[in-house]
Design a protein around this ligand. Structure first.
Ligand SMILES: [Cu+2]
Length: 474
């Protein structure tokens, strides 16, 4: 017997968005942004969130605003922008049975019966206008339990461009240097924030420390790492961390499932040198990775790596938006496209082309340049390549326990994998960074290495006299 598609979809939604009960128990819902429900997430992450408490005021049954701009207001008018995903949580304050409906939005909450009972409803504010909300229990609307939802035009485009979530590839901690093993503490924070995906296109990213990728952690082999993971107060989801440098169950994920406002910590010993990916490992893991929750940890070998002039940090990711690539405005996560492995965007450091515009890589001709490259994914192998040069040295798979490769044009890096590439560019100019599966360039996967310096006609020049007799030919 086949499972109906709708049932399968509902199961996926639940697996994606509802945390296991044991995790949920440890995570008190934030009053401002209550825990996610499958119904709510069917629309995406809400961006206009309200809580109403029922009560008695001057002998009448009322809705009272709780938190935010409506705090304490009786029968508050709820204001949202066109296109917002509106979430209203109704909490029973005095014990009588109530509910809340917005007939124009075709939504009605479950009834809340008894003090403290609550229900949440979610809808998209599709049209501009004023729409009544009220209680459907006979007599309650007439007794006063009603007010309005006001949907106003969307904010001007400028305001919608979003903050940058791109980590500057030059944002690398310094080398560890010569020292023995020690205990190193890192504090990471899971932060959900709307940021710029492309010009006029934004997305509700999930990040470590607000940028993509998360910060590069840099330790020495044999170090003990004390890792603290906080989940921001205003998060909607649970988050966690799995570091591939960890030897232990879940790479740390079993010890770090954190609800909004929570912090958890664990300690691991970095047994192997290498460049390792870390990522969130809260179900549905691929969604947390796709939304931006990945980074890397460099475990330096005894004696460190050979010194270079410039170090950079670049990671490849994929985004699955419901609307096609190039659509403007706030984009929502698609539930179908990840299962079909059909990303709309491929990114370096989280967004479309930021390493060509906002943060190109800079070096001087002849510099020794090192790129720490990794793939968050979740799914696609990268064919990492810098057009116009090749890699002098590659530490394939991020391994620092294996011999390195020399003279490599393109290096294959799997999801959850990495490579360290060293290059020297003698000729100045602009060198385009790509995955050599080049259609992905059209989906955002492109960067640039800008090299300054004196021309080197001995290595590269235009031929001003193409008809001249060549001195020697094969
Ligand atoms: Cu997460």
């Amino acid at each position: 017997m086949s499972i109906p598609i709708a049932t399968a979809r509902a199961a996926l939604l639940a697996a994606t968005l509802l945390t296991p009960l044991s995790m949920a128990a440890a995570a008190p819902p934030s009053p401002a942004r209550p825990a996610a429900s499958a119904a709510m997430m069917a629309h995406g992450v809400p961006n206009a969130v309200f809580t109403l408490r029922t009560g008695i005021s001057q002998g009448k049954m009322v809705y009272i605003g709780k938190g935010g701009a409506i705090d304490g207001q009786v029968h508050p008018t709820l204001t949202a922008h066109k296109g917002d995903i509106v979430q209203i949580t109704l909490i029973n304050g005095e014990g009588a049975e109530h509910d809340l409906t917005v007939p124009d939005m075709h939504v009605v909450s479950q009834r809340v019966n008894g003090p403290g009972a609550s229900s949440t409803l979610t809808f998209t504010a599709g049209n501009i206008g004023s729409f009544p909300y009220f209680c459907t229990i006979p007599g309650h609307r007439q007794a006063g339990m009603q007010s309005l939802i006001q949907v106003v035009p969307a904010t001007p485009k400028e305001a919608d461009k979003g903050v940058s979530i791109v980590r500057d590839p030059a944002d690398m901690p310094p080398p560890v240097g010569e020292r023995g093993p020690m205990t190193v503490r890192y504090d990471l924070e899971a932060i959900e924030r709307v940021g710029r995906l492309a010009d006029d296109t934004t997305y509700d990213f999930w990040t470590f420390n607000g940028k993509i990728p998360g910060p590069m952690l840099r330790v020495h082999v044999g170090d003990s790492v004390e890792l603290h993971l906080k989940n921001a107060e205003n998060s909607v989801m649970m988050h966690s961390i799995d570091l591939h440098a960890v030897s232990g169950p879940g790479g740390g994920a079993v010890l770090t499932q954190v609800g909004p406002g929570e912090t958890k910590s664990f300690i691991f010993k970095a047994l192997h040198p290498g460049l390792f990916v870390y990522h969130c490992a809260t179900p549905m893991v691929s969604a947390h990775i796709s939304n931006g929750m990945y980074g890397m940890i460099l475990v330096e070998p005894v004696g460190g790596l050979p010194p270079v002039d410039n170090e950079f940090y670049v990671m490849q990711g994929e985004l699955f938006t419901a609307e096609p690539n190039g659509h403007t405005g706030l984009q929502e996560f698609s539930f179908d496209k990840p299962m079909d492995e059909r990303p709309e965007y491929f990114t370096f450091n989280g967004a479309v082309g930021p390493l060509t515009t906002e943060h190109p890589l800079h070096a001087r001709a002849g510099d020794h340049v090192r790129i720490y490259f990794g793939v968050g994914g979740p799914n696609f192998t990268s064919s990492f390549h810098v057009i116009g040069t090749l890699f002098d040295r590659v530490y394939a798979n991020g391994s620092l326990e294996s011999p390195s490769l020399a003279g490599v044009q393109t290096i294959s890096v799997p999801p959850g994998g990495s490579a360290i590439v060293d290059l020297t560019v003698p000729v100045p100019g602009k060198y385009i960074i790509v995955g050599h599966a080049l259609t992905r360039m059209e989906k955002g996967l492109v960067g640039a290495l800008i090299v300054d310096g004196k021309p080197r006609p001995d290595i590269f020049r235009a031929n001003d006299n193409p008809n001249a007799k060549v001195h020697a030919s094969p």
